[in-house]
Design a protein around this ligand. Structure first.
Ligand SMILES: [Zn+2]
Length: 172
């Protein structure tokens, strides 16, 4: 009988993993699984197919080399659980996760820059250079991010006077 959340997590993931594996002992079942670089990020409600956690942001698809089964799992399960799987290239998971995080950051900061540049002439003049720097370095400087955030919050406070293009923040 599971006594706490951690035990329940272990029981749940063990049952799922054994159900999808050929070997029926945990340490041999784990050896059947591989990671081949299939991964991504999700903005919608994606559930981890190993533990059932409903809010997976970064997913990694692992496959069973013996029976061809596939599982799309969250990065927490990769770390907490699959790290002990010898066939799973954990360094590759870490590299891919860092790349996904960078992609999300560039996308989010790029969107904010785009919106702020519609409002602020200083940002508008520099937008192309800032976007290039963002893509090169994977982030904008703290100073630029502060300017963007001030521009957008001042615009949100201005309320109905904001341009219709300014996005959902202007509706508050
Ligand atoms: Zn999970």
């Amino acid at each position: 009988m599971a006594s706490n959340a951690h035990d329940q997590y272990r029981e749940r993931t063990t049952a799922t993993l054994l159900g999808r594996s050929v070997a029926q002992a945990l340490h041999t079942a784990r050896q059947e699984w591989r990671y081949a670089g299939e991964c991504g990020h999700s903005e919608t409600d994606l559930s981890c197919e190993l533990c059932g956690c409903a809010q997976v942001r970064y997913w990694f698809e692992i496959h069973n080399a013996v029976n061809g089964q596939r599982l799309k799992i969250g990065s927490e399960c990769v770390q907490a659980w699959m790290q002990a799987a010898p066939g799973l290239d954990f360094e590759r998971v870490k590299t891919d996760r860092a790349r996904l995080e960078r992609e999300v950051r560039v996308q989010v900061q790029g969107d904010l820059l785009k919106r702020a540049a519609r409002i602020d002439p200083w940002l508008k003049r520099r937008r192309r250079d800032l976007q290039a720097a963002l893509e090169t370095h994977g982030t904008l400087t703290p100073k630029v991010r502060e300017v963007i955030s001030k521009v957008l919050s001042a615009n949100a406070n201005a309320g109905a006077g904001a341009s219709a293009e300014a996005g959902p923040d202007a509706a508050t």
